[in-house]
Ligand binder design. Structure first.
Ligand SMILES: Nc1nc2c(ncn2[C@@H]2O[C@H](COP(=O)(O)OP(=O)(O)OP(=O)(O)O)[C@@H](O)[C@H]2O)c(=O)[nH]1
Length: 371
């Protein structure tokens, strides 16, 4: 049973307990009538009713508790419970004497249990059953007691019952209509909520992503990098590399801006292919990128950025009929727990300048990172 089904099952049991409360109240009322001398059934009749009531409820409880009810078309067993209650009530009314007129209003109370669960047709059928049961009882009594006055009173009671069950049927239709209108509104709201959540997600991803390369942008990188550094345990390090494409301006100037864009996208692809899922690469601005390797050391960082550098340098971009090659320079550094990220990035930038000064297409490590 999944969590949703167990929630429904708990609700069904709750409804069953509510019905038991109604039975208990009825028995209390009968007890009061008996004490007042208005309940004239024999002890055996009363005991048979209580015994029958208890056994039927025990069976229903067993079915609901064991989950056997889930095999039924309507697992709430509303109809079955209502029919049992109406039969028990009719049996009770059969020997309630004068007191019977006050008890017939229990039929509408039983019908109330079907307001939400039963279809309009099923509800009307149950209301009809209540009238038939009570009508049969009157007919049965007529054969036993031929007093015209008693018959008139009983027919009047039946008429009152018919009026109220009729009214209840209309009222229930109204409630059901309100409920389905609310359900429709709830569904519409839920659809809007899902759309809004999707849009928020899209907006968030747009806010975090560089439009051209699809990589993370500077803002996202800085916040995510800070988060990861705070999670670093003592002794662990993350590797950072600032990467700048060499003579990129020339590509723009010679082959046009579109060619430059292709090269930028090409670098993003190369970086993605050479990094693990948990590593991070972002466009830091213009033709500058940043890479962050989780749980890294200098050797691993160097090896990874060298791999990217070699791969990028060996990739040819065919733009507007021209074959374009580009290289990159990188400055590497390590970040330890409690380090200042900006400071480490500035140091990586210094190493990047060295790489540019030393002839480009190379990686340089910030001196102190060896320490
Ligand atoms: N096509 C294209 N060019 C860009 C973009 N962003 C920045 N640029 C260009 O990148 C170039 C960067 O040039 P520089 O900062 O002089 O660097 P460089 O030419 O790579 O020279 P070094 O870094 O010294 O090797 C500029 O011409 C910018 O206009 C972009 O999104 N697309």
């Amino acid at each position: 049973m999944d969590s949703n089904e167990s929630k429904f099952q708990a609700l069904r049991l709750q409804r069953f307990y509510l019905a038991q409360l109604s039975y208990a109240i009825t028995y209390v009322v009968i007890g009061a009538a008996w004490l007042a001398g208005q309940y004239n059934a024999s002890g055996a009749m009363a005991a048979s009713h209580v015994l029958l009531g208890f056994s039927l409820q025990a069976v229903l409880f067993g079915i609901l508790k064991s989950g056997l009810n889930l095999r039924f078309k309507d697992p709430s067993l509303t109809s079955l419970q209502m029919v049992i209650a109406m039969l028990l009530l009719t049996y009770l009314l059969a020997f309630s004497g004068e007191f019977r007129g006050s008890l017939i209003m229990i039929y509408p109370i039983i019908l109330l249990f079907g307001v939400f669960q039963l279809s309009r047709r099923a509800f009307l059928t149950h209301a009809g059953l209540a009238l038939i049961l009570y009508g049969t009882l009157i007919l049965f009594n007529t054969f036993q007691d031929d007093s015209t006055q008693a018959l008139t009173v009983h027919l009047l009671e039946w008429f009152v019952l018919a009026c109220f069950t009729g009214w209840l049927s209309f009222f229930c239709s109204y409630i059901r209509e309100l409920r389905s209108r609310l359900q429709r509104r709830h569904n519409v709201l839920q659809t809007h909520q899902t759309t809004l959540r999707d849009m928020m997600g899209q907006l968030q991803s747009l806010a975090d992503t560089d439009g051209l390369t699809g990589l993370a942008n500077r803002r996202y990188f800085l916040s995510e990098a800070r988060r990861r550094i705070t999670l670093l345990t003592p002794g662990r390090k993350v590797g950072i590399a600032l990467i700048d494409l060499d003579h990129f301006k020339k590509i723009n100037d010679i082959h046009g801006h579109a060619a430059g864009d292709e090269v930028l996208k090409g670098f993003a692809e190369v970086a993605r292919q050479n990094l693990r899922e948990e590593d991070m690469v972002a466009r830091f601005g213009g033709e500058e990128f940043v890479v962050m390797l989780d749980n890294s050391d200098l050797a691993a960082l160097h090896q990874c950025i060298e791999r990217i550098r070699t791969c990028f340098a060996g990739t040819c971009y065919n733009v507007a009929g021209a074959e374009v090659y580009c290289t990159l320079s990188a400055g590497l550094n390590l970040v330890r727990p409690d380090d200042n990220l900006e400071k480490r990035l500035n140091q990586a930038d210094e190493a990047l300048y060295c790489a540019k000064d030393n002839g480009r297409n190379r990686c340089e490590v910030y001196e102190e990172a060896y320490a």
